[in-house]
Design a protein around this ligand. Sequence first.
Ligand SMILES: CC(C)(COP(=O)(O)OP(=O)(O)OC[C@H]1O[C@@H](n2cnc3c(N)ncnc32)[C@H](O)[C@@H]1OP(=O)(O)O)[C@@H](O)C(=O)NCCC(=O)NCCS
Length: 155
Amino acid sequence: MILADVKVRAAADADANAMTGLAYRAMESNGHSKEEVAKFADSLHITPERLQSCRFWAAEDEDAIIGCIALEVLERGAGEVRSFFIAPEHQGRGIGRRLIRTLETIAHTQGITRLQAHADPVSVKHYQNFGFRVEGTVPSRTCPTMTVPYMVWDI
Ligand SMILES: CC(C)(COP(=O)(O)OP(=O)(O)OC[C@H]1O[C@@H](n2cnc3c(N)ncnc32)[C@H](O)[C@@H]1OP(=O)(O)O)[C@@H](O)C(=O)NCCC(=O)NCCS
């Protein structure tokens, strides 16, 4: 597989299960056990409601979805990167960068000037490579007693 063969397209309702499966596998690839990942189920599960509230893109090769990303539009020119996952066997090949560029381009057209992300601590370096900086910590959505890095990118 070469990067040029990977297609990025708007995701549809029919992609929800494939993207959810990807989310679980990608989080396990960050070193989280299956038990830990199960605790994040609420935030990992890509439900029909999530597909309505965010704009999703999928990256696919010939026969499967191998990456996804979502943009949630917030108030005052802000947006949040959600559900950003690349299949473990395809990580580090530039697919994440392609997805974030797609999201950035669309965010611009919607008047968004600041993107934020609640990052898994393991992915902070990736986000920094994309242009984000750490602005502090926020309570984890899945486990409010834990905090996670809060990252911001002025686009
Ligand atoms: C984080 C993630 C979405 C990034 O996508 P990716 O396709 O692997 O990343 P890319 O190959 O596009 O790499 C993007 C940049 O990160 C760099 N990079 C790659 N692997 C890296 C690593 N292990 N540590 C730090 N930087 C790394 C690349 O060199 C590249 O920078 P460059 O374009 O300046 O060379 C993906 O690795 C993933 O799904 N990880 C598991 C789940 C996760 O952490 N999701 C995000 C937050 S919950």
